[in-house]
Design a protein around this ligand. Structure first.
Ligand code: G3H
Length: 324
């Protein structure tokens, strides 16, 4: 099932109240959307799919028309998820910087998304508050949830590139959440976007807890979001959830699954399309039964499905869909 903002709000409230995590998976094309939605469904877990600015440009093709790209991704998510009834997914805009303001409004007004992220974290604090509040005003009129961020996360996520990190200050987090009314809050707590390894990540669990406790103590409890979570170990993720995280973002992990699975296939099946040495041109026949894209794309799709199944087990959301 596809969740609009009101249902997605219930998902996050349930997760926050009973301390489990919701896996938010970045997607671009149909194989990823299908594999990941199927993974949520087999586990009877709710989840979120996310589209970045780079994803919508890619989806649109040569025109790079982001509105068309978003229409396309949203239609696929709605159509595929409508086939399933033991789980639901929302669609989120990931890391939209202020120059994507009109795009955010377009997606909200055209009922394409359940939630949006306004990432004005590179702006001065007051400006971040002003822009985020404007997005919240528009989004809430349409029942769409909003995620905001202060501090910045190191690494590379589509158009969001940062060589350094700036940890979120709890007092600023409180002021930001109070003034903007965001539903979800992304904190910079030591994770990195991109290819990272858990053991090398210094996840600041105390900082997560400090922010969560402060928001709760001031009656503005908000779902904390962990970005750049692909390289985290299972324990780092469960500890983060215990300390207040409710949304865990994953992108790079799925990209690695996709590439690794295709690479393994072609290493083994290369002769289906490339003539091996020692055979003459006349004797070599390509093998359509093995180079048909459906034969190998499905393997990458199933690899992403297996990953999301494992991730929702770790996050504790398996068997906890609000539909059950
Ligand atoms: O918003 C998306 C994420 O933060 C993805 O991070 O590429 O490290 O999984 P990742």
């Amino acid at each position: 099932m596809f969740y609009r903002g009101d249902k997605l709000k219930q998902v996050f409230l349930k997760a926050k109240k009973t301390r489990f995590g919701i896996i938010a998976s970045n997607v671009v094309f149909d194989s990823a959307i299908r594999g990941i939605i199927q993974g949520y469904e087999t586990q009877r877990s709710d989840g979120l799919l996310q589209m970045s600015s780079g994803a919508v440009k890619y989806a649109a093709g040569d025109t790079k028309d982001i509105n068309t790209g978003a229409q396309m991704i949203s239609s696929m998510v709605k159509l595929i998820s409508a086939q399933y009834h033991n789980s639901g997914v929302g669609l989120h805009i990931d890391h939209a910087t202020p120059n994507y303001f009109d795009f955010i409004v377009y997606c909200i007004e055209n009922d394409l998304v359940s939630s949006v992220m306004i990432d004005a974290s590179k702006e001065k604090f007051e400006e971040n508050v002003r822009i985020s509040s404007e997005v919240v005003n528009i989004a809430h009129k349409h029942g769409v949830l909003v995620e905001g961020e202060i501090g910045y996360i190191k690494g590379d996520e589509d158009e969001i590139v940062s060589d350094s990190e700036l940890y979120t200050k709890p007092s600023e987090a409180l002021e930001y959440v109070k003034k903007t009314g965001v539903d979800l809050f992304a904190a910079s707590v030591g994770t990195n976007h991109g290819v990272t390894k858990g053991a090398k990540i210094k996840l600041k669990l105390d900082l997560i807890k400090e922010i969560d406790d402060l928001l709760i103590a001031n009656n503005v409890e908000t779902g904390l979001v962990l970005h750049g979570a692909s390289g985290l170990t299972a324990k780092q993720q469960t500890d983060a959830i215990k300390n207040g995280v409710v949304k865990i973002n994953k992108d790079t992990h799925y990209q690695m699954d996709f590439a690794r699975t295709a690479q393994a296939y072609w290493e083994k099946e290369k002769d289906a399309i490339v003539k091996p040495d020692g055979i003459s041109e006349d004797d070599y026949i390509m093998d359509k039964s093995r180079f048909d894209p459906r034969k190998w794309l499905i393997l990458s799709e199933k690899a992403m499905q297996a990953t999301v199944e494992e991730l929702v087990q770790i996050a504790g959301s398996a068997g906890k869909s609000i539909l059950l």
